[in-house]
Design a protein around this ligand. Structure first.
Ligand SMILES: *Cc1c(COP(=O)(O)O)cnc(C)c1O
Length: 380
């Protein structure tokens, strides 16, 4: 096979597989064709998006508008926010923890069992002491365990890592409850980073509201750009308090900017793509996407229950949790599975896809019953 053929084949394969992803949080209903011309240019957003820069082939202005958009959505203090477009939720989490450590060098980090794997790795990279807190059955932080553990370490500053949309069950930790516990224990030196990689983009639309943002008590919030919004390449956003960022800023004459970001060279296309998406959707469009996803998730849950499968969802979640599925179904629908399986109803997932998935589940149970009937007949 020559290279030309290999490229064609890869493309065909990606298109085929893409249609059946219902187990991972990636929206696929995007059209960025208006921006294709930009792929011909070496765009690089090196440096701080708010500072002057010697390299001018960049999209810093759009990047700042993306930060503005999410800062507003997350009710940040208009006079005290900052942020940048990252490589993804993992880098955003690393940044949040980095800021937290610089603000409270001797702190202990608390995070729950259901926290995303990037957090443990980041804590390790930053060499931070940490304690794992129990999670409740639904994946949410066990506030009682948090309170008891904090109590034992009251003399230390606390960094709490909350998750808004856990990976397996889309559980959401309540930031105001966490804040309440810190207040009750009089731990004044604290920092809350909210990992909202999955659910942050639609967090404000969830009813009833689940506290997670700056007004609720978060000091920094991370989201992924390629999940609910959708993008051809991974991206993320970190929103933090400007006053905290100022402590770590270092001037670098070679780039004529401040070194405030994790990586030096940064993707300049992804801020532009994100900017394009949010301009096109607006807050209203984002909300509509959420309502649609929620409706499909409800539908999926009901249809699964109808065929006797114990499916459930966390309040306001677009993730449907069900008992572990068989390997063939897991492979065909690319379903993330550990001791449970989940279907994530991203905005592109349709009722028709859910129907096909349900049909596969019915078919499989039917053939399983047939086999056990036969086994029974043989035994008899
Ligand atoms: C996806 C996700 C991450 C990691 O984000 P990437 O963009 O894959 O780096 C972190 N936390 C949560 C809760 C996530 O859902």
């Amino acid at each position: 096979m020559d290279n030309e053929q290999r490229i064609d084949e890869l493309l065909t394969q990606i298109i085929e597989e893409k249609d059946r992803v219902i187990g991972y949080p990636v929206a696929k209903d995007f059209d960025y064709s208006r921006l294709y011309e930009f792929l011909k240019h070496p765009i690089n957003n090196i440096g701080d998006p708010y500072e002057g820069n010697t390299y001018k082939v960049q999209t810093h202005e759009m990047e700042r508008e993306v930060v503005d958009f999410f800062a507003q959505l997350f009710r940040a203090d208009p006079t005290d926010y900052w942020g940048y477009v990252t490589n993804g939720g993992s880098e955003s989490n690393l940044y949040g923890l980095y800021l937290a450590r610089e603000s409270h060098p001797n702190a202990m980090v608390y995070f729950s069992e259901s926290t995303h794997y990037s957090v443990r790795k980041n804590i390790h990279l930053l060499n931070l002491p940490s304690i794992t807190i129990r999670a409740q059955e639904n994946g949410e932080l066990d506030y009682g365990d948090l309170e008891n553990t904090l109590q034992l370490n009251r003399h230390k500053p606390a960094i709490i890592l909350t998750t808004f949309g856990t990976t397996m069950t889309e559980a959401k930790d309540d930031v105001s409850k966490v804040k309440g516990i810190l207040k009750k224990l009089a731990i004044q030196n604290h920092y809350i980073h909210c990992d909202a990689a999955l659910a942050g983009s639609y967090g404000p639309f969830i009813e009833p509201r689940i506290p997670f943002d700056f007004q609720d008590g978060a000091d920094s919030i991370s989201i992924s750009g390629h999940k609910f919004i959708g993008s051809p390449f991974p991206s993320g956003v970190i929103i933090a308090k400007r006053s905290l960022r100022d402590r770590i800023a270092r001037g670098i004459s070679y780039i004529g900017s401040l070194d405030t970001t994790i990586t030096g060279s940064r993707n300049g296309h992804s801020p532009l793509f994100l900017w394009y998406a949010i301009k096109k959707m607006g807050v209203k469009g984002l909300e509509e996407r959420y309502r649609h996803s929620l409706e499909i998730a409800q539908y999926c849950k009901e249809e699964l229950i109808k065929i006797g499968i114990k499916a459930w969802t966390n309040p306001g979640a677009i993730t449907v949790v069900l008992p572990k599925v068989s390997d063939p179904i897991k492979k065909k629908w690319q379903l993330a599975t550990d001791h449970i399986t989940h279907v994530i109803c991203m905005p592109n997932v349709s009722k028709q896809q859910i129907d096909e998935f349900i049909q596969d589940m019915v078919q499989e149970r039917k053939s399983a019953t047939d086999t056990s009937d036969r086994a029974f007949a043989i035994q008899a």
